[in-house]
Design a binder for this molecule. Structure first.
Ligand code: DQA
Length: 164
């Protein structure tokens, strides 16, 4: 099982950027924590960051056939990008939207997410711990999907005519 973590614009500046909102942790430290949890859960993880909307759309498309789940912090594109929303809808993979800050407690233009309606769920406001919560949720979603697939396979097997 593979999960791709996609980070939107300006998240490469975590640790330097608006520390009063996003805290002192750097993106690579957040990724190291996620990697440790993924390892423990036998999940392969890939990290991707881009400041460009089209590159994020390309990366989401590449996940089709390559990964089983997406964790995405679309950053400012959360509030503007129909293209990212359409890409998530198109690939039909379980996707979790993450925000470090509580977007609903901030400026009004951050209160609306164009991405949330096409995601399995949204996690916002727990600081860098939001990413850990997203990993825990993704592991749960993937194990539920696997259990369902196993049950379907077992049912198909039991319906096969028995050889003499
Ligand atoms: C953010 C919230 C967005 O509104 C903002 O544009 C970001 C970061 C967050 O993680 O809290 O860049 O996605």
């Amino acid at each position: 099982m593979k999960v791709v973590v996609i980070q939107g614009p300006n998240l490469n500046m975590l640790g330097l950027r608006e520390q009063n909102i996003y805290g002192p942790m750097k993106l690579e430290d957040i990724h190291a924590q996620m990697e440790a949890y993924a390892k423990q859960s036998n999940i392969e993880i890939e990290f991707y960051q881009s400041n460009l909307e089209g590159e994020i759309v390309d990366k989401i498309q590449e996940c089709m056939g390559d990964a089983q789940g997406i964790i995405i912090n679309p950053a400012a594109y959360t509030h503007t990008s129909i293209a990212i929303r359409d890409a998530i809808k198109a690939v039909q993979l379980p996707t979790i939207e993450v925000h470090i800050s509580n977007i609903y407690a901030r400026e009004e233009f951050r209160h609306n997410s164009l991405i949330a309606p096409v995601c399995s769920g949204q996690i916002a406001g727990f600081g860098p711990f939001s990413y850990h919560l997203a990993m825990v949720s993704m592991v749960q979603i993937l194990s539920e999907i696997k259990a369902m697939q196993d049950a379907q396979a077992a049912q198909q097997q039991s319906q096969q005519p028995k050889a003499d």
